[in-house]
Write a protein that binds this ligand. Structure first.
Ligand SMILES: [Zn+2]
Length: 303
Protein backbone atom coordinates (compact mmCIF):
# COMPACT_ATOMS: atom_id res chain seq x y z
CA UNK A 1 0.00 0.00 0.00
CA UNK A 2 1.16 3.52 -0.79
CA UNK A 3 -0.44 6.26 1.19
CA UNK A 4 -1.14 9.27 -0.99
CA UNK A 5 -2.12 12.81 -0.20
CA UNK A 6 -4.38 13.71 2.64
CA UNK A 7 -7.49 14.90 0.81
CA UNK A 8 -9.24 16.97 3.46
CA UNK A 9 -12.29 15.13 4.70
CA UNK A 10 -11.67 12.31 2.25
CA UNK A 11 -8.68 11.31 4.32
CA UNK A 12 -5.78 9.52 2.74
CA UNK A 13 -5.91 8.35 -0.83
CA UNK A 14 -4.44 4.87 -1.13
CA UNK A 15 -2.69 3.21 -4.04
CA UNK A 16 -1.62 -0.41 -4.14
CA UNK A 17 1.09 -2.32 -5.94
CA UNK A 18 0.65 -6.07 -6.41
CA UNK A 19 4.03 -7.70 -6.96
CA UNK A 20 4.52 -11.24 -8.20
CA UNK A 21 7.32 -12.90 -10.11
CA UNK A 22 9.30 -9.65 -10.73
CA UNK A 23 6.22 -7.95 -12.16
CA UNK A 24 4.11 -5.22 -10.63
CA UNK A 25 0.51 -4.15 -11.09
CA UNK A 26 -0.56 -0.74 -9.79
CA UNK A 27 -4.09 -0.45 -8.47
CA UNK A 28 -5.42 3.15 -8.44
CA UNK A 29 -2.56 5.49 -9.35
CA UNK A 30 -3.92 8.35 -7.21
CA UNK A 31 -4.07 12.08 -7.91
CA UNK A 32 -2.06 13.87 -10.58
CA UNK A 33 1.55 13.54 -9.51
CA UNK A 34 0.79 11.93 -6.18
CA UNK A 35 1.43 9.31 -5.08
CA UNK A 36 2.92 8.53 -8.54
CA UNK A 37 6.48 9.34 -7.51
CA UNK A 38 6.11 7.26 -4.38
CA UNK A 39 4.94 4.32 -6.49
CA UNK A 40 8.14 4.46 -8.56
CA UNK A 41 10.21 4.85 -5.39
CA UNK A 42 8.52 1.83 -3.81
CA UNK A 43 9.33 -0.24 -6.90
CA UNK A 44 12.99 0.83 -6.70
CA UNK A 45 13.08 -0.05 -3.00
CA UNK A 46 12.09 -3.62 -3.82
CA UNK A 47 14.49 -3.89 -6.73
CA UNK A 48 12.08 -3.26 -9.59
CA UNK A 49 11.97 -0.50 -12.18
CA UNK A 50 9.22 1.37 -14.03
CA UNK A 51 9.51 -1.17 -16.87
CA UNK A 52 8.37 -3.97 -14.56
CA UNK A 53 4.90 -2.46 -14.21
CA UNK A 54 2.60 -4.62 -16.33
CA UNK A 55 -0.57 -2.60 -15.80
CA UNK A 56 -2.30 0.33 -14.14
CA UNK A 57 -5.64 -0.88 -12.90
CA UNK A 58 -8.34 1.60 -11.83
CA UNK A 59 -11.30 0.78 -9.60
CA UNK A 60 -13.11 3.82 -11.02
CA UNK A 61 -12.57 7.07 -12.88
CA UNK A 62 -12.72 9.73 -10.15
CA UNK A 63 -10.01 12.43 -10.02
CA UNK A 64 -8.52 11.37 -6.71
CA UNK A 65 -7.77 7.89 -8.06
CA UNK A 66 -7.00 8.33 -11.77
CA UNK A 67 -5.48 11.84 -11.88
CA UNK A 68 -2.04 10.24 -11.78
CA UNK A 69 -2.73 7.63 -14.49
CA UNK A 70 -1.44 9.70 -17.41
CA UNK A 71 1.87 10.42 -15.74
CA UNK A 72 2.39 6.90 -14.45
CA UNK A 73 1.65 5.52 -17.90
CA UNK A 74 4.24 7.86 -19.37
CA UNK A 75 6.86 6.73 -16.85
CA UNK A 76 6.14 3.02 -17.03
CA UNK A 77 4.67 2.47 -20.49
CA UNK A 78 2.10 0.22 -18.81
CA UNK A 79 -1.46 -0.06 -20.13
CA UNK A 80 -4.33 1.50 -18.16
CA UNK A 81 -7.36 -0.65 -17.41
CA UNK A 82 -10.73 0.54 -16.11
CA UNK A 83 -14.39 -0.52 -15.97
CA UNK A 84 -16.19 0.01 -19.24
CA UNK A 85 -18.56 2.75 -18.11
CA UNK A 86 -15.80 4.83 -16.48
CA UNK A 87 -13.57 4.71 -19.59
CA UNK A 88 -14.89 8.01 -21.00
CA UNK A 89 -14.16 10.01 -17.82
CA UNK A 90 -10.65 8.56 -17.63
CA UNK A 91 -10.07 9.79 -21.18
CA UNK A 92 -11.67 13.20 -20.69
CA UNK A 93 -11.56 14.55 -17.10
CA UNK A 94 -13.92 17.41 -18.05
CA UNK A 95 -16.59 14.82 -18.83
CA UNK A 96 -16.53 13.93 -15.15
CA UNK A 97 -17.72 17.46 -14.37
CA UNK A 98 -20.11 17.66 -17.29
CA UNK A 99 -21.83 14.31 -16.96
CA UNK A 100 -21.22 13.08 -13.45
CA UNK A 101 -21.74 16.31 -11.50
CA UNK A 102 -24.22 19.14 -11.82
CA UNK A 103 -23.30 21.64 -14.49
CA UNK A 104 -24.39 24.60 -12.35
CA UNK A 105 -22.13 23.57 -9.51
CA UNK A 106 -19.41 22.19 -11.75
CA UNK A 107 -17.77 25.57 -12.24
CA UNK A 108 -17.64 26.41 -8.54
CA UNK A 109 -16.50 22.91 -7.91
CA UNK A 110 -13.70 23.08 -10.45
CA UNK A 111 -12.32 26.11 -8.65
CA UNK A 112 -12.61 24.52 -5.26
CA UNK A 113 -11.47 21.10 -6.32
CA UNK A 114 -8.59 22.40 -8.40
CA UNK A 115 -7.15 24.09 -5.35
CA UNK A 116 -7.50 21.01 -3.18
CA UNK A 117 -5.94 17.58 -3.42
CA UNK A 118 -8.87 16.27 -5.48
CA UNK A 119 -7.96 18.56 -8.37
CA UNK A 120 -9.39 17.73 -11.77
CA UNK A 121 -6.98 19.69 -14.00
CA UNK A 122 -5.06 16.57 -14.97
CA UNK A 123 -4.46 15.03 -18.37
CA UNK A 124 -6.79 12.28 -19.46
CA UNK A 125 -5.54 8.99 -20.79
CA UNK A 126 -7.10 6.57 -23.25
CA UNK A 127 -7.82 3.24 -21.57
CA UNK A 128 -5.99 0.31 -23.12
CA UNK A 129 -8.60 -2.17 -21.98
CA UNK A 130 -12.16 -1.73 -20.77
CA UNK A 131 -13.08 -4.18 -18.05
CA UNK A 132 -16.29 -6.11 -17.64
CA UNK A 133 -17.69 -8.26 -14.87
CA UNK A 134 -16.02 -11.68 -14.93
CA UNK A 135 -12.80 -10.52 -16.63
CA UNK A 136 -9.46 -11.40 -15.09
CA UNK A 137 -6.24 -9.41 -14.82
CA UNK A 138 -2.94 -11.20 -14.19
CA UNK A 139 0.36 -10.19 -12.68
CA UNK A 140 2.92 -12.98 -12.25
CA UNK A 141 1.16 -15.80 -10.37
CA UNK A 142 -1.65 -13.57 -9.12
CA UNK A 143 -5.04 -13.49 -10.80
CA UNK A 144 -7.49 -10.73 -10.01
CA UNK A 145 -11.14 -11.32 -10.80
CA UNK A 146 -13.06 -8.25 -11.92
CA UNK A 147 -16.42 -7.70 -10.24
CA UNK A 148 -18.42 -4.83 -11.70
CA UNK A 149 -20.17 -3.07 -8.81
CA UNK A 150 -21.46 0.15 -10.43
CA UNK A 151 -22.57 1.76 -7.16
CA UNK A 152 -20.18 4.63 -6.43
CA UNK A 153 -19.93 5.29 -10.18
CA UNK A 154 -21.41 3.47 -13.17
CA UNK A 155 -18.13 1.80 -14.12
CA UNK A 156 -16.82 1.04 -10.63
CA UNK A 157 -15.22 -2.39 -10.28
CA UNK A 158 -13.66 -4.24 -7.35
CA UNK A 159 -10.84 -6.74 -7.79
CA UNK A 160 -10.72 -10.06 -6.01
CA UNK A 161 -7.63 -12.21 -5.55
CA UNK A 162 -9.32 -15.51 -4.67
CA UNK A 163 -6.14 -17.44 -3.86
CA UNK A 164 -4.91 -14.87 -1.33
CA UNK A 165 -8.40 -13.82 -0.17
CA UNK A 166 -7.73 -10.16 -0.91
CA UNK A 167 -10.41 -7.75 -2.07
CA UNK A 168 -9.57 -4.31 -3.52
CA UNK A 169 -12.78 -2.39 -2.89
CA UNK A 170 -12.05 1.09 -4.30
CA UNK A 171 -14.70 3.49 -3.03
CA UNK A 172 -17.51 0.91 -2.63
CA UNK A 173 -16.47 -0.08 0.90
CA UNK A 174 -13.96 1.38 3.29
CA UNK A 175 -12.74 0.49 6.74
CA UNK A 176 -15.13 3.00 8.34
CA UNK A 177 -18.64 1.70 7.65
CA UNK A 178 -20.53 4.74 8.93
CA UNK A 179 -18.23 7.36 7.52
CA UNK A 180 -20.35 9.91 5.64
CA UNK A 181 -17.63 10.59 3.10
CA UNK A 182 -17.98 7.12 1.73
CA UNK A 183 -21.64 7.26 0.76
CA UNK A 184 -21.07 9.58 -2.17
CA UNK A 185 -22.17 8.62 -5.65
CA UNK A 186 -21.68 10.51 -8.87
CA UNK A 187 -24.74 11.04 -11.09
CA UNK A 188 -24.07 7.78 -12.92
CA UNK A 189 -23.94 5.86 -9.64
CA UNK A 190 -26.61 3.75 -7.98
CA UNK A 191 -27.20 3.07 -4.29
CA UNK A 192 -29.17 -0.08 -5.05
CA UNK A 193 -26.37 -1.39 -7.30
CA UNK A 194 -24.09 -0.70 -4.39
CA UNK A 195 -26.30 -2.69 -2.02
CA UNK A 196 -26.35 -5.63 -4.42
CA UNK A 197 -22.59 -5.39 -4.91
CA UNK A 198 -22.02 -5.37 -1.14
CA UNK A 199 -24.00 -8.61 -0.83
CA UNK A 200 -21.83 -10.15 -3.53
CA UNK A 201 -18.67 -8.88 -1.86
CA UNK A 202 -19.81 -10.24 1.50
CA UNK A 203 -20.12 -13.73 0.06
CA UNK A 204 -16.57 -13.85 -1.32
CA UNK A 205 -14.90 -14.92 1.92
CA UNK A 206 -12.12 -12.33 1.67
CA UNK A 207 -9.79 -11.93 4.65
CA UNK A 208 -8.28 -8.59 3.59
CA UNK A 209 -10.22 -5.56 2.42
CA UNK A 210 -8.09 -2.91 0.73
CA UNK A 211 -10.04 0.33 0.13
CA UNK A 212 -9.06 3.38 -1.96
CA UNK A 213 -9.12 5.69 1.07
CA UNK A 214 -7.53 5.40 4.47
CA UNK A 215 -6.37 2.24 6.15
CA UNK A 216 -7.01 -1.36 5.02
CA UNK A 217 -9.19 -3.77 6.97
CA UNK A 218 -6.89 -6.58 8.06
CA UNK A 219 -7.12 -9.45 10.54
CA UNK A 220 -10.75 -8.67 11.39
CA UNK A 221 -14.03 -9.96 10.09
CA UNK A 222 -14.32 -8.57 6.55
CA UNK A 223 -17.76 -10.10 6.18
CA UNK A 224 -19.04 -8.19 9.21
CA UNK A 225 -17.51 -4.93 7.97
CA UNK A 226 -19.20 -5.27 4.58
CA UNK A 227 -22.48 -6.03 6.33
CA UNK A 228 -22.12 -2.80 8.34
CA UNK A 229 -21.38 -0.81 5.19
CA UNK A 230 -24.52 -2.33 3.65
CA UNK A 231 -26.61 -1.32 6.69
CA UNK A 232 -25.27 2.23 6.34
CA UNK A 233 -26.29 2.33 2.69
CA UNK A 234 -29.83 1.22 3.56
CA UNK A 235 -30.03 3.79 6.37
CA UNK A 236 -28.85 6.50 3.97
CA UNK A 237 -31.59 5.63 1.47
CA UNK A 238 -34.27 5.35 4.18
CA UNK A 239 -33.38 8.78 5.57
CA UNK A 240 -33.80 10.44 2.19
CA UNK A 241 -37.15 8.76 1.63
CA UNK A 242 -38.34 9.69 5.14
CA UNK A 243 -37.45 13.36 4.67
CA UNK A 244 -39.22 13.38 1.32
CA UNK A 245 -42.33 11.79 2.85
CA UNK A 246 -42.30 14.31 5.71
CA UNK A 247 -42.32 17.21 3.25
CA UNK A 248 -44.45 15.44 0.67
CA UNK A 249 -42.79 17.65 -1.96
CA UNK A 250 -39.18 18.74 -2.02
CA UNK A 251 -36.34 19.71 -4.29
CA UNK A 252 -32.85 18.38 -3.70
CA UNK A 253 -31.66 21.55 -1.91
CA UNK A 254 -34.49 21.20 0.60
CA UNK A 255 -33.57 17.59 1.25
CA UNK A 256 -29.93 18.56 1.76
CA UNK A 257 -31.13 21.18 4.26
CA UNK A 258 -33.34 18.66 6.11
CA UNK A 259 -30.59 16.09 6.28
CA UNK A 260 -28.16 18.67 7.62
CA UNK A 261 -30.68 19.88 10.21
CA UNK A 262 -31.73 16.47 11.45
CA UNK A 263 -28.24 15.02 11.41
CA UNK A 264 -29.86 11.81 10.23
CA UNK A 265 -26.88 11.39 7.93
CA UNK A 266 -23.55 12.78 9.11
CA UNK A 267 -22.40 15.22 6.43
CA UNK A 268 -18.89 16.60 6.05
CA UNK A 269 -18.43 20.37 6.08
CA UNK A 270 -16.61 20.66 2.77
CA UNK A 271 -17.61 19.09 -0.52
CA UNK A 272 -21.29 19.60 0.27
CA UNK A 273 -22.02 19.65 -3.46
CA UNK A 274 -21.32 15.93 -3.47
CA UNK A 275 -24.37 15.47 -1.26
CA UNK A 276 -26.52 17.21 -3.90
CA UNK A 277 -25.17 14.85 -6.54
CA UNK A 278 -25.60 11.79 -4.32
CA UNK A 279 -29.16 12.58 -3.28
CA UNK A 280 -30.11 13.18 -6.91
CA UNK A 281 -28.61 9.83 -7.91
CA UNK A 282 -30.51 8.14 -5.06
CA UNK A 283 -33.79 9.82 -6.06
CA UNK A 284 -33.27 8.75 -9.68
CA UNK A 285 -32.85 5.20 -8.39
CA UNK A 286 -36.08 5.50 -6.39
CA UNK A 287 -37.79 6.78 -9.53
CA UNK A 288 -36.63 3.74 -11.52
CA UNK A 289 -38.01 1.55 -8.72
CA UNK A 290 -41.36 3.39 -8.88
CA UNK A 291 -41.08 4.83 -5.36
CA UNK A 292 -40.98 8.54 -6.21
CA UNK A 293 -41.79 10.86 -9.06
CA UNK A 294 -40.50 14.23 -10.21
CA UNK A 295 -41.81 17.12 -12.29
CA UNK A 296 -39.86 19.13 -14.83
CA UNK A 297 -38.94 21.72 -12.21
CA UNK A 298 -36.91 19.25 -10.15
CA UNK A 299 -39.55 18.85 -7.42
CA UNK A 300 -39.73 15.32 -6.05
CA UNK A 301 -42.61 13.59 -4.25
CA UNK A 302 -43.36 10.08 -2.99
CA UNK A 303 -45.59 7.92 -5.14
ZN1 LIG B 1 -14.65 7.93 -6.04
Amino acid sequence: MIRGKFADEFGFISSYVVVSDESALVIDPGTAGDPGDNIIQLLRDIGLGPGDVVGILCTHGHPDHVGGAHRLKKTTGAPVLIGEKDGPILEDPQLFLKERMFLDVAERMTMKVDRGPLRVNYKGVEPFRLLRDGNTVNVGDVTLHVIHTGGHSAGHCVFHDRANKVLFTGDEASNFPNDPRKFYLDLSGSMSARSTALSTMKSLGADYLLPAHDIPHLFEDVRLLIEQVGDGVIHFQDSILQHLEARNEADVEQLVFDIRQSRSIPVPQSYEFLLVTTITAVLQGFQRAGLVRTDDKGVWSPK
